[in-house]
Design a protein around this ligand. Structure first.
Ligand SMILES: NC(=O)c1ccc[n+]([C@@H]2O[C@H](COP(=O)([O-])OP(=O)(O)OC[C@H]3O[C@@H](n4cnc5c(N)ncnc54)[C@H](OP(=O)(O)O)[C@@H]3O)[C@@H](O)[C@H]2O)c1
Length: 227
């Protein structure tokens, strides 16, 4: 049986890097996308493809390079926080930059690679969201005031739900996944979850994804996150 193929955005470091590494170690064909090739290179078995998810032209070029290649899993992982959190420091252009990367990027990339996913059996789009974007749970135990980040992840949830409906005829399952508070550059040193554990848990959720659960918002431990 041919190896399955996964494409991971933001694969140069952090959670994306670990997801790419684990998929490759499990025998998958891995397309690791990042803005530039990591200085220390990718692990064996990971094919590098340049991609800036904030740039529609970069997405189009990737689409052209991948024509005809089946894609089993698309992990929209690349993401940023705002350098200017807080209401008083909020800057309009910078707010929109965060949405461009965290929300519009995954949407445009999913559209661009839809034809590739149609060539696969039971394909899955995994949008790496965040509980910080949950209106019901995001503020419960998190006093973060990063408006751009929270809004971008809430909007990504809506994109997940709409995509789930639109891609149903193609048999493509779409999920929003909260990876936990992960020890990466973004999560910081105080984070509780090693990237290895988060990636392992996310891979098993993706592996178990079913079309009837398409549009769900799930945490790394399988719990349903409230919208
Ligand atoms: N860490 C956490 O606790 C946590 C919690 C909830 C959700 N998340 C989500 O998990 C995902 C991964 O986060 P992380 O913790 O691994 O963050 P990270 O360590 O800061 O890594 C972010 C990744 O996104 C890439 N990226 C940023 N802007 C990009 C662009 N325009 N085009 C392509 N790639 C871009 C970065 O690439 P460069 O190296 O080129 O900058 C990097 O590979 C994000 O979506 C984040 O929101 C993380």
């Amino acid at each position: 049986m041919a190896a399955k193929t996964v494409l991971v955005t933001g694969a140069g470091r952090g959670l994306g890097r670990e997801l790419a590494r684990q998929y490759a170690a499990s025998g998958w064909q891995v397309i690791g996308c990042s803005r530039s090739r990591p200085a220390d290179g990718f692990e064996a078995g990971i094919e590098y493809q340049p991609l800036d998810v904030a740039d529609p032209a970069s997405i189009s070029m990737l689409e052209s390079r991948l024509v005809g290649r089946p894609l089993d899993v698309l992990v929209n992982n690349a993401g940023v926080r705002s350098p200017f959190p807080g209401l008083d420091r909020l800057k309009p252009d910078e707010f929109l930059d965060v949405l461009r990367i965290n929300t519009l990027g995954p949407l445009l990339l999913t559209r661009a690679l839809r034809a590739n996913m149609r060539l696969a059996t039971d394909p899955v789009v995994a949008n790496i969201g965040s509980r910080a974007g949950s209106m019901a749970e995001g503020l419960l135990d998190d006093d973060d005031d990063d408006y751009a980040y929270r809004c971008s992840k809430a909007a990504l949830n809506m994109a997940t739900v709409q995509l789930a409906r639109d891609l149903l005829p193609d048999g493509i399952t779409v999920l929003s996944l909260h990876p936990g508070w992960v020890k990466t550059d973004m999560g910081g040193a105080a984070a509780v979850l090693p990237a290895e554990e988060s990636a392992r848990a996310l891979r098993s959720i993706i592996a178990a994804a079913k079309p009837e659960r398409s549009g769900a918002f799930l945490a790394f431990d399988g719990r349903v996150v409230s919208w």
